[in-house]
Design a protein around this ligand. Structure first.
Ligand SMILES: NC(=O)c1ccc[n+]([C@@H]2O[C@H](COP(=O)([O-])OP(=O)(O)OC[C@H]3O[C@@H](n4cnc5c(N)ncnc54)[C@H](OP(=O)(O)O)[C@@H]3O)[C@@H](O)[C@H]2O)c1
Length: 325
């Protein structure tokens, strides 16, 4: 199969390296120093499941130069997607599948609005992977599982062919009975934890063991369960208890990408996570007061950080906000 990976970072670099190493044709959309390193020295994946070097790699910052794909693996951050979407047209022919990997529940809809539902395979990744240096991806932990399906959960040929390609490349692949329930269940895990860790700076271990913050996590999860139901996605009755049990198995010292991004002054997925819950709740008249408050607290902090940077006159100087760390 011919794959084009759009956004060759933690997720895209992991998938691209595994698929290329298994003999599939893989082209990468990347930019800046990462693109230069990919062209000069190839794509390096460091992983507990085995290292891979792909050299040479076909890579460009211009999607149009890479031509149509059987599968587009869309692996940019949520906030990078809207600006990128118009450029994806040349990659998408009849039958091309665009697999979304973003944490959140809105990316498949954004792609569908641009290219139609038939083009989209909503997906979600379970792994922790990151760019450790230009051209170099590190699979830090997690099972390395990609879960995806057709919009309406049909078992199509392309879904099965993709599963064969992924499993043959050493990527665990799951085509569930209800892909939307999978996306919302992941959302219900990452958003409460992300929001609370970003707001407090506390680790997973602290948030889950203090009775008050554990109860808050459960209440935030319950709000998402209700918003999912209002959008026609019925999650298992015990989803909150099961998610808390899963949370109990995670490393105590861990923090979320939302916490890391906000605390280091980088753009974050706040709008696609907590912000999306607030939007999707409002659209259906579903109460989500805890998410509304968390969103306002975090958005106010980001606004203050931006104001501090403007006063300091240098984007890299976070001024008084650095004290938050
Ligand atoms: N990483 C994980 O372990 C993990 C696990 C589960 C889910 N996810 C989800 O997967 C999504 C991707 O996360 P990630 O951690 O893989 O992100 P990432 O490491 O930041 O990778 C995104 C890559 O896309 C590139 N990119 C963005 N816009 C581009 C453009 N217009 N042209 C070329 N390259 C572009 C970025 O380049 P720049 O750096 O230049 O912007 C970056 O290299 C997120 O929604 C995240 O929540 C991640």
């Amino acid at each position: 199969m011919r794959f084009v990976v759009v956004g060759a970072g933690g997720i895209g670099g992991w998938l691209g390296a595994r698929l290329a190493a298994a003999g599939h044709e893989v082209a990468l959309v990347a930019r800046g120093a990462h693109l230069a390193a990919l062209r000069a020295d190839g794509l390096h994946l460091h992983s507990p499941a085995g290292d891979v070097v792909v050299r040479p790699v076909q890579a460009s910052d211009d999607a149009a130069a890479l031509g149509p794909a059987d599968v587009v693996l869309l692996a940019v951050k949520t906030w990078q997607l809207p600006a990128l979407l118009p450029a994806l047209g040349p990659l998408i022919g009849p039958g091309t599948a665009v697999l979304t990997t973003q944490n959140g529940v809105e990316a498949p809809h954004q792609v569908a609005r641009a290219y139609g539902r038939d083009a989209v395979l909503p997906g979600t990744a379970k792994i922790f992977a990151e760019i450790e240096a230009p051209g170099r991806i590190r699979h830090v932990g997690g099972p390395g599982l990609l879960t995806y399906g057709e919009w309406d959960d049909r078992r199509t040929d392309r879904v099965e062919r993709l599963r064969e390609a992924l499993t043959g490349a050493g990527v665990a692949a799951l085509v569930p009975d209800d892909i939307w329930a999978e996306l919302w269940t992941k959302f219900l895990f990452v958003v409460p934890l992300g929001g609370l860790s970003a707001a407090t700076g506390a680790t997973t271990g602290v948030l889950r063991s203090r009775p008050g913050t554990r109860a808050l996590l459960a209440e935030l999860m319950g709000e998402i369960q209700a918003v999912a139901a209002a959008h026609g996605v019925v999650l298992p009755a015990d989803v909150v208890a099961a998610t808390l049990a899963f949370l109990d198995q995670q490393p105590a010292a861990g923090r979320t990408s939302l916490h890391r991004d906000i605390h280091s002054g980088r753009p974050s997925e706040l709008d696609a996570w907590t912000g999306a819950v607030v939007r999707l709740a409002a659209a259906t008249g579903t109460p989500a007061p805890r998410h509304a408050m968390l969103y306002e607290l975090l958005a106010a902090r980001l606004g203050q950080d931006a104001a501090d940077r403007a006063v300091a006159g240098a984007p890299e100087d976070r001024g008084p906000a650095a004290a938050h760390n």
